[in-house]
Design a protein around this ligand. Structure first.
Ligand SMILES: [Zn+2]
Length: 143
């Protein structure tokens, strides 16, 4: 499966799970506080030592594409599209930091990272719903 098709299937699986737009934030500040709590956990420090801080930003000029980035100092940037300021999007973007690749791919490592992050932050039940959808859309690793 090529990169674009793969990404598209991951997005579709997230949407089909009903979790993609879960937990809307009223503003960027609340999103930042929620993300900070995750970044401060020992779980995050263990699974993503390359990112020590995350800045949440708006990208009102872009409707969908919101590729995250990491500076040399370990500062990650999450860019929320207008209307996409929610926990589901934040978790997707944070999973990119855990399974970091310059190409922002959505391969096996990414899918496992997102599932592990969901399990840690939202609990086993919600993470299980996401996994079922990944399996249904053919993006959950078979090994
Ligand atoms: Zn992505």
């Amino acid at each position: 499966m090529e990169g674009y098709e793969r990404a598209s299937r991951v997005y579709t699986a997230e949407a089909a799970s009903g979790l993609q737009w879960m937990g809307p934030f009223p503003n960027l500040h609340d999103a930042q506080m929620w993300v900070n709590k995750i970044i401060r956990t020992s779980w995050w420090k263990k699974h993503c030592p390359r990112v020590v801080k995350v800045l949440c930003e708006y990208r009102p000029d872009k409707v969908w594409h919101r590729a995250p980035s990491i500076s040399e100092a370990g500062v990650g940037r999450v860019r929320f599209a207008a209307g996409g300021l929610c926990q589901g999007v934040a978790l997707h973007e944070l999973a990119h930091f855990i399974a970091w690749s310059e190409r922002q791919d959505h391969g096996s490592e990414f899918v496992r990272a997102e599932h592990a992050l969901y399990k840690q932050v939202m609990g086993e039940g919600i993470a299980g719903i996401l996994k079922v959808s990944f399996v249904e859309w053919g993006v959950w690793p078979s090994d």
